[in-house]
Design a protein around this ligand. Structure first.
Ligand code: KIV
Length: 276
């Protein structure tokens, strides 16, 4: 079956159906997330801290991000695969930006790319304009943009118009410019609910919120957060405690090996035994 396309996303949006997206960074999780029925899988640069053990998203390299995206691509049948462009893999020049975005489509098999945009971020908006002209579907990302964490000063809620928090008007205007540049959807991260509502009313593409309140067109969560494998955040919800399941399984295994209970008779190969 063909994977979810930009047109499918648009049709769901037009029909007023909420859109769903989760992150995934490797094949086994991507396969399960896909089977769970999400519309889109984001191979986020949050792989930096949630998959590769860095402190944040900034150190993630192009090669690491491409490898994650290709693994997800190999595992996913139905959902649209959206690849996040890592910090500074775009913006140095138009040539560098187009080449790197293209690599996610050509080498990793992604269906679309996502770029973070600062409030009134003209350079990124120009890049997105060029990418969409060339046929690369782009998802925008405004609000809190973790790649600018050092500049913002911390993970501040955006749309409050205080130090480290852009004014809601700036976020609305940026989202509008992104739509003019051709994005098919906009992620809104860690913004006031008023900002989520105002951007959603202002643009005619789906808004996908993470900590953007209830009045957006879809939701995205980081898979390790919602599965209980990471920190708990107010903007997220833990739908399972996979962390505890893994810890329990590992300690049971350790105990069984230490007590000579594993391997048991059924795990042993006999000379004539053909079972694998
Ligand atoms: O990288 C990521 O996980 C993201 C989501 C938070 C939207 O960009």
């Amino acid at each position: 079956m063909k994977r979810t396309s930009v047109q499918d996303i648009h049709s769901k949006y037009e029909a007023g159906e909420p859109l769903t997206m989760l992150t995934a960074y490797d094949a086994p999780i991507a396969e399960l997330v896909d089977e769970g029925g999400v519309d889109m899988i984001l191979v986020g640069d949050s792989a930096g801290d949630n998959h590769l053990g860095y402190d944040d998203t900034l150190p993630l390299t192009m090669e690491e991000a491409l490898s994650n995206a290709a693994a997800v691509d190999r595992a996913v049948d139905d959902a649209m695969v959206v690849a996040d462009l890592p910090f500074l893999s775009y913006g140095a020049s138009m040539e560098q930006s187009v080449e790197n975005a293209g690599r996610f489509m050509k080498e990793a098999g992604a269906d679309a790319v996502k770029l973070e945009t600062a409030p009134h971020g003209e350079t990124t908006i120009e890049i997105i304009d060029r990418l969409t002209e060339l046929g690369i579907p782009v998802m925008g990302h405004v609000g809190f943009t973790p790649q600018r964490m050092h500049q913002i000063g911390g993970p501040y809620i955006q749309g409050r118009g205080q130090t480290g928090s852009a004014h809601v008007d700036a976020l609305v205007e940026t989202a509008e410019k992104l739509v003019d540049a051709g994005v098919f959807a906009v992620v809104l991260e860690t913004v006031t609910e008023e900002t989520g509502t105002r951007v959603t009313e202002a643009v005619d593409v789906p808004t996908i919120g993470i900590g953007a309140g209830r009045n957006v067109d879809g939701q995205v969560l980081v898979v390790t957060d919602m599965l209980g494998m990471g920190e708990a955040f107010k903007l997220s919800k833990q739908y399972a405690d996979v962390g505890e399941t893994i810890r329990d399984a590992v300690s049971e295994y350790v105990s069984e090996v230490e007590h000579g209970e594993f391997p048991a008779r059924e795990n042993v190969y006999e000379p004539e035994d053909e079972d694998s």
